[in-house]
Design a protein around this ligand. Structure first.
Ligand code: DAH
Length: 315
């Protein structure tokens, strides 16, 4: 008989013994009861200890570092990899960092001020509708673009201007839009924002930075061109296109819209405490998903957020 069984038997016997209390004269019952109770508590504690011992005896130590080769009886563990979009996002950031840009992180919940006011969207202006913003019940906004970070970036680094330097920062982040989903539109995607402010920033300098970026990312020379755009936070505003090269499935005649950009509107600088009479800036923002789709010749952006392992394993 195991210790535990023995103890349980004793506990049962104690129960039978306790029944004797009825046969005792009333003046002895109190003392008898106390003694029995003390024995019972002792036995219960011993049973608990014995049960705990048994439990730890039954635990088979698990070697979490054990290899799981297919010829072993353990199931084969699938090794995870980094999501392709995160891999591309790192490459994007690395290229800008090599050009001297600081990197700031975006956030996944923001507010009205950073989404609109700080970016010179007039109140009740129809341009606000163009961003198909989600809203939480509490009134927060999951950012519809990484431009929500511009104001924070300008404030964080404006001391550089006083130190005779410049603001140069990129901000990758996840963005959300309440729009219909199809092969080229997702409700959730990634963007990278760029901001540069100095005494002599120009559109020409911006196109130089962006051309260099696209050529570094695709690893080849590319032609770029612009077309007029409209953003409340830039003046003038433009859209930047790259010519789709043959190596990326182009026929030499296709232009692809890659990002929005422009000279930062004086109101945006002013709101961040930067004097637009002295300083000028340019900014841009574009999708990471789109960059990666072109690089890997993908036809459907929805794969990225689909969680399909067979797709993800291709990278
Ligand atoms: N935030 C814009 C969008 O998502 C893109 C953009 C345009 C960003 C102009 C900028 C900018 O920083 O200056 O459509």
């Amino acid at each position: 008989m195991s210790d535990l069984e023995q103890l349980k038997k004793e506990l049962k016997a104690l129960g039978a013994e306790y029944a004797k209390i009825k046969t005792l004269p009333p003046e002895e019952r109190g003392e008898f009861g106390r003694q029995m109770n003390a024995k019972k508590q002792k036995l219960l504690a011993a049973i608990e200890r014995a049960e705990n011992d048994l439990e730890s005896e039954n635990i088979i130590p698990l070697d979490i570092y054990a290899p799981t080769a297919p010829n072993q009886s353990l199931p084969r563990l699938e090794l995870g990899t980094e999501h392709p979009l995160m891999v591309e996002l790192d490459k994007v950031v690395d290229i800008y960092a090599a050009m001297g840009f600081d990197v700031m992180e975006s956030r996944q919940l923001d507010n009205e001020f950073h989404m609109f006011e700080s970016l010179n969207f007039p109140k009740d202006h129809p341009a606000r509708d163009g961003y198909d913003t989600f809203r939480t019940a509490e009134g927060f906004i999951p950012p519809a673009h990484t431009s929500t970070m511009q104001h924070r970036a300008l404030k964080k680094y404006r001391h550089r201007l006083d130190e005779n330097g410049q603001i140069a920062v990129v901000i990758p982040g996840r963005v959300f839009r309440n729009e219909d989903v199809d092969a080229t539109h997702e409700h959730t995607f990634y963007q990278c924002e760029g901001v540069l402010v100095s005494k002599d920033a120009t559109m020409g300098q911006m196109f130089g930075v962006l051309k260099h970026f696209f050529e570094a990312y695709y690893g080849q020379e590319l032609k770029i061109k612009t077309q007029p755009g409209y953003f409340p936070f830039t003046e003038p505003s433009a859209e930047l296109l790259i010519e789709k090269p043959a190596s990326l499935g182009g026929k030499g005649d296709g232009w692809l819209e890659m990002l929005g950009c422009g000279m930062i509107h004086p109101n945006v600088l002013k709101t961040a405490g930067i004097d637009p009479e002295i300083y000028h800036g340019f900014a841009w923002g574009g999708g990471i998903d789109r960059l990666a789709m072109l690089k890997y010749n993908l036809s459907d952006v929805r794969y990225f957020e689909s969680g399909k392992l067979d797709f993800l394993e291709e990278f």
